[in-house]
Design a binder for this molecule. Structure first.
Ligand SMILES: [Zn+2]
Length: 496
């Protein structure tokens, strides 16, 4: 191995160690630490963030990347150079003072957003969001002055993603889903839901999590499930994957579907080729590709008739009293019901992408300078009325519900909807050669896992997101697969 490649590996291992520490700190914060412990954590986090920044952004890195780019001898080494250069180029174009000031702004905006949400007071949060939008516009101009500022941030979460592709995707969704939802509300067959809200004992819910993770094929020697307010998954490396869930004592479906969703993220992280561990290529390739795997397992598999059939004996065994007068078909229909509501994280499979569409249109308008922050609540409510047929009761259940913008994450939301669409297309393609429903119905997910490992999981960031979307989906991305999937499923469910 050439000297430059050896040095590049050493740099990556250093960055890995800082990332490991930061990931442990945030898992600990969410799932373990006592509530009043943020002071010490903030001190430690700041040190690791600084170490990580200094390790990457220094005069030696540019020279090292140039040399390693010439010395790379195989696809993995070339990809390591490509990914490190990408990270370096973005960070080093933003002035150091701007970078530091933005971290501080976000650190202040997050608690301000929390207070504003609790107090239903958008005006108290607006000054922070105005500064965040202005900073994102300035930084986009630093990174690529010739490019649409919103697209610069889309590209951060998914390299290669464009405004044109998102516009076409959401336009196709709107045309198909808005009339379908109206039809369901007008003449859809009613769905029984009375049994969802009742007492679901915690011990049995925890056993259900354990069995669901076993069905997914998650190895308990390398995966752990904790509890946190908002479920999430993070992996330290391919051999240490951390998931969380949140148990609701009166609704067992909330945690069940969180575990199925996070389990999809965990499977992806755990099956990346271990040869990529400790390099920048470890882990998932982009936010929307990661989300494609969680939503594939949560929805395409987890909400399918075949999976409900497979899980039903377990549900009846763990919850005999709660499900005494409930049939398998009633359970299937209840966990698939479509009901427009104001809250994104509580949305069903059909209305979910409409919540994302609203956010996409608004955040794009903010970055294009076409919408002022002070006009955001009214614009939010108007779009909800127009898209989902309802107006949120207040800003806390409207424009203030999500933390993303307060955290500086503008351009992130489309990932959620794109991920669902990649999942639907991948399933269509996989079904050409594998009877997925037959495997799932008998609880054998190994053939599906093998297919996803071959198409996507093992590559980590070795290939570009565009290449991986192609191999996952079995061809160029086409949102009609997702639209077809939703239309077939909901037309049958509501007997339209
Ligand atoms: Zn997710």
């Amino acid at each position: 191995m050439k000297d430059s490649i050896t040095a590049l590996r050493a740099l990556q291992k250093q960055l890995y160690a800082y990332r490991y520490a930061e990931a442990l700190i945030s898992y600990d914060e969410a799932a373990v630490a006592p509530p009043e412990s943020e002071a010490g954590r903030a001190e430690a986090s700041e040190v690791f963030a600084r170490l990580s920044f200094d390790a990457l952004v220094n005069p030696g890195t540019a020279a090292l990347l140039a040399q390693a780019g010439q010395d790379a001898e195989d696809a993995q080494q070339a990809a390591e150079v490509r990914e490190l250069r990408r990270a370096y180029d973005r960070i080093c174009r933003i002035p150091a003072e701007e970078y530091a000031a933005f971290s501080k702004l976000v650190a202040q905006a997050m608690p301000a957003w929390g207070r504003a949400k609790r107090g239903n007071d958008f005006a108290a949060f607006a000054p922070y969001l105005e500064q965040i939008v202005a900073a994102k516009r300035r930084q986009a101009a630093c990174i690529d002055p010739a490019r649409d500022p919103y697209e610069v941030w889309l590209d951060q979460y998914e390299p290669g993603l464009t405004v044109a592709r998102c516009d076409a995707f959401f336009a196709a969704l709107r045309t198909a889903i808005v009339p379908l939802l109206a039809e369901i509300q007008k003449r859809g067959a009613p769905i029984r839901t009375d049994f969802i809200t009742q007492d679901w004992p915690l011990a049995q819910q925890k056993e259900l999590s354990r069995r669901a993770m076993a069905l997914w094929g998650l190895d308990p020697a390398h995966t752990v499930l904790g509890e946190s307010e908002h479920p999430f998954t993070d992996s330290l490396y391919s051999g240490d994957v951390r998931m969380t869930t949140h148990y609701h004592p009166t609704d067992a479906t909330v945690s069940l579907y969180s575990v199925l969703h996070e389990g999809g993220h965990a499977l992806y992280d755990a099956h990346v080729d271990p040869a990529l561990d400790y390099t920048v290529l470890q882990g998932g390739a982009s936010m929307s590709i990661h989300e494609s795997q969680s939503r594939l397992f949560e929805n395409c598999v987890g909400r399918s008739r075949a999976f409900v059939h497979c899980l039903w004996p377990t549900l009846k065994e763990l919850f005999p009293a709660q499900l005494a007068d409930v049939t398998e078909e009633e359970w299937y229909r209840a966990v698939n019901r479509a009901e427009p509501g104001p809250i994104r994280t509580e949305a069903d499979e059909l209305t979910y992408p409409l919540h994302i569409m609203v956010r996409y249109e608004l955040e794009k308008a903010l970055l294009h300078g076409e919408l002022a922050v002070r006009d955001l609540p009214a614009a939010w409510n108007a779009k909800y009325q127009q898209t989902l047929g309802l107006t949120p009761p207040d800003d806390a259940h409207g424009v203030l519900q999500d933390m993303h913008w307060a955290g500086g994450d503008i351009g992130y939301f489309p990932s959620y909807a794109l991920g669902s669409a990649y999942a639907a297309q991948a399933m269509d393609d996989i079904r050409k050669t594998l009877d997925v429903d037959a495997c799932v119905a008998r609880g054998d997910l190994a053939p599906l896992r093998a297919e996803l490992e071959k198409r996507l999981w093992r590559y980590g960031c070795l290939k570009t997101p565009d290449e991986l979307i192609g191999s996952l989906c079995g061809g160029a991305f086409d949102p009609q697969h997702y639209i077809g999937y939703l239309t077939r499923k909901y037309t049958a469910l509501y007997a339209l």
